[in-house]
Design a binder for this molecule. Structure first.
Ligand SMILES: [Zn+2]
Length: 81
């Protein structure tokens, strides 16, 4: 089992924390950048390969700019059998 690289981030001041806590009057958001080779560590590009954002995909997911890819995270029941 791989250790989780997830952490918590304040979207106001970008302080990070290993545990969920409040910063600037609101709960920090959970970020999960995945493993070093994870596609979500790359910035978002369009069909022609142009950058759509300089932020990595995991950040856009964390702040709600992108829907979380459920298919990416869901573990099929068959894989557990
Ligand atoms: Zn803060």
């Amino acid at each position: 089992m791989e250790a989780s690289a997830s952490f918590y981030l304040c979207p106001t001041c970008f302080n990070i924390s290993e545990s969920a806590r409040e910063c600037h009057g609101r709960q920090m958001i959970r970020c999960d950048p995945g493993t070093p080779s994870d596609e979500r560590r790359k910035p978002l590009t369009d069909a022609e390969g142009h950058l759509k954002s300089h932020a990595p995909r995991w950040f856009l997911e964390a702040v709600g700019s992108l829907p979380t890819p459920q298919a990416h995270r869901a573990v099929p029941k068959a894989a557990l059998a």
